[in-house]
Design a protein around this ligand. Structure first.
Ligand code: IMP
Ligand code: MG
Length: 192
């Protein structure tokens, strides 16, 4: 893994694909254990960022009667949270009476997760749990706590493995973090 430059910013390797795979296996085990024998839960992947995590996590869930569906929210502009959370693609199936596991790439301010959990809770599910690959506990501004966390990370901007900078870098197999020196240089221009 080597450094990457994107939009004039330097990013350094942060979490390897091997570490990601190890934590995904652990999260999958925790989810199945908590389901307590329910073989037909429904997973909801939050697009766009969570598509890669969802694909890998769901393959570790050995429950042939479970389902996966997709919902889409948008909140980020560049490297700063826009503050507004918008549902840009709704739910296409009935979740009433089901155990629901939301799959998020990252919980940052928690605005997306809070909005989403509120929306889902009104549809009569049996339970709603939140699985996130990454959690920035120091950025949290909303009353949500992920039930399953791949990695707790500092409040720094990261890219790769589904996470983007203006829709770029989602295809990186590993996760990269904004380099410290560059970050200091940009502190004047960025609210992170
Ligand atoms: P929140 O609503 O503030 O929790 O932010 C949720 C969304 O912001 C995530 O689903 C991501 O799409 C995006 N996001 C938050 N932090 C980062 C980051 O470090 N890199 C890339 N996207 C991020
Ligand atoms: Mg994004």
């Amino acid at each position: 893994m080597k450094q990457i430059t994107l939009q004039g910013l330097q990013f350094e390797p942060y979490i390897s694909r091997e570490e990601i795979a190890t934590q995904i296996k652990r999260v999958a085990r925790e989810i199945v254990e908590d389901l307590n024998g329910d073989e037909a839960p429904i997973f909801i992947c939050v697009l766009n960022g969570a598509f890669m995590f969802a694909a890998d996590l769901y393959r570790e869930i050995d429950l042939p009667h479970s389902n996966i569906t997709f919902i889409r929210y948008k909140s980020y502009e560049g490297m700063a949270a826009s503050g507004d959370v918008m549902q840009v693609m709704g739910l296409s199936c009935d979740i009433s009476g089901r155990n629901v596991i939301v799959i998020e790439d990252i919980v940052d301010t928690g605005a997306t997760a809070a909005e989403l959990i509120d929306f889902l809770s009104k549809q009569g599910p049996k339970s709603v749990k939140l699985a996130t690959l990454l959690f920035k506990p120091n950025s949290l501004l909303n009353q949500v706590m992920p039930n399953y966390i791949g990695f707790n990370i500092p409040s720094k901007f990261i890219i790769g493995y589904g996470l983007d900078l203006d829709e770029e870098a989602r295809n990186l197999k590993d996760i990269y973090i904004l380099s410290k020196d560059k970050e200091r240089n940009n502190e004047m221009n960025l609210s992170m």
